[in-house]
Design a protein around this ligand. Structure first.
Ligand SMILES: O=C(O)CCC(=O)C(=O)O
Length: 415
């Protein structure tokens, strides 16, 4: 099924995808070649850093999808696995129909010729990041992004991803469990990144009015960085878009290298506890272009991630009639579902027809569920989309929040 854009403003810009990371030479094994590779890689990294700066200037906020928050289901008991460090692979329950294949041919190679050890072993129990009470000590609160060790072999897994394909590409996922590694030094890796985000971001709890007049309070903390590439000035937007902060830009570049996709915006969600959620929706608005690739990175506590097809197996999903996309139809019990648990450091890429044909959600959970941050990288193709992202992730005048080292409190400030 081919989706048409229903809004003349929503013309996708030409693809700017960068070459996939696996195009680079593999480890040759002898010293000279290793040295040459290291030089090439450091040149390439320097180039990426320059691109980062340009991106910081040029990128503008993209639009967020109109999340449908109203029909949040009641909480059910939390999955037993809600703490980090993550348990080994058991975390990805796939239904029997799912085909799980290593993607050997497209395996990305991080920017080192060394094979990175997986430093995910729970050497000593550490408190969960984002869990209330965790970040109360001054050292954690003072965590700065400068402490992060960006050595690719230490921060990013070089394990191959897995493809998850259901119903002949209707659901089309690529999944890297534990992609963002736990670092041998807990003060230099993904935990610091999470602390930095908690402490540095100006969070919003957006309230908006749905057609029909009822008010929705978004059940999680959000913000958004980046913008479409239409070149519209800040003054053209409802709110000035914010550029990517440097640490998120670095993560974005790594996700782009890994996936071959190109992103210009990120939505940041903070689920403070099991009561925070996002209900079933799809990121299929016209302002994301047809068949958008969405890359979703999890930090902190594990949460269930549910997907549900918009129509029963064998029934075509109707194309959206509105630029705001489409919801599923028909009894949910007749529609195929996919249930995963997303853990600390997991990267899930949704691509192809996934947004057109499936919805996804992070349901509420009862019990002691720690904090989780989710970054979803997207590519917004119109100014209208950027305004949408701003409205639904940074809207809500006066409803701004800060992390005080222990919990979220009303307050202003931060990126
Ligand atoms: O938190 C997640 O994993 C999902 C977030 C999401 O679906 C969204 O921001 O659209």
């Amino acid at each position: 099924m081919k989706r048409r854009l229903s809004d003349a403003n929503d013309i996708p810009s030409p693809s700017t995808s960068r070459p996939r990371h696996h195009d680079r030479p593999d480890n040759a094994g002898d010293d000279d070649k290793q040295l040459q590779l290291a030089l090439d890689l450091s040149r390439r990294d320097a180039q990426l850093e320059r691109m980062s700066e340009q991106d910081q200037i040029q990128e503008a906020i993209r639009q967020s999808m109109l999340h449908q928050e109203a029909a949040a289901p009641p909480p059910i008991p939390a999955a037993p696995n809600t703490t980090s460090p993550r348990p080994p692979k058991a975390a990805t329950p796939l239904s029997p129909e799912a085909k799980l294949q290593p993607i050997a041919a497209s395996r990305p190679i991080a920017s080192s010729t060394k094979i990175a050890p997986l430093f995910a072993s729970p050497a000593k129990a550490k408190p969960r990041l984002g869990d209330h009470g965790d970040d109360g000590d001054s050292r954690s609160s003072a965590a700065t992004a400068d402490a992060i060790d960006w050595d690719h072999t230490l921060l990013f897994s070089q394990e191959p991803g897995r493809t998850i394909n259901r119903l002949d590409g209707s659901l089309d996922l690529e999944y890297w469990p534990g992609w963002l590694l736990s670092h041998p030094d807990p003060d230099r890796g993904r935990k610091v990144l999470m602390r930095w985000m908690l402490n540095s971001i100006q969070w919003h709890r957006v309230t908006y009015t749905r057609p029909g007049g009822f008010t929705v309070r978004t059940p999680r903390y959000t913000t958004t960085f980046g913008r479409d590439e239409t070149g519209a000035p800040d003054s053209a937007y409802d709110k000035p878009p914010k550029p990517f902060p440097a640490p998120l830009l670095k993560i974005k570049l790594q996700v782009e290298r890994l996936t071959g996709a190109s992103f210009n915006s990120v939505i940041v969600n903070f689920y403070a506890d099991g009561n925070d959620s996002i209900s079933y929706h799809s990121d299929d608005e016209a302002f994301l272009g047809p068949n958008p690739t969405i890359a979703s990175l999890t930090l902190g506590s594990s949460r269930d991630f549910y997907m549900r097809r918009k129509a029963p197996a064998g029934v075509d999903v109707a194309p959206p009639t509105k630029p705001s996309g489409s919801k599923g139809s028909g009894p949910a019990a007749t529609r195929p579902t996919e249930k995963m648990v997303l853990n600390d450091g997991d990267l899930l890429v949704m691509r192809g027809k996934t947004q057109a044909e499936w919805e996804h959600s992070v349901p509420k959970r009862a019990g002691n569920v720690g904090g989780r941050i989710n970054l979803t990288f997207r590519r917004c193709v119109s100014k209208r989309g950027t305004d949408n992202f701003l409205r639904y992730n940074r809207g809500g005048v006066g409803d701004t929040w800060r992390w005080n080292g222990t919990k979220m409190v009303p307050g202003k400030g931060g990126v």
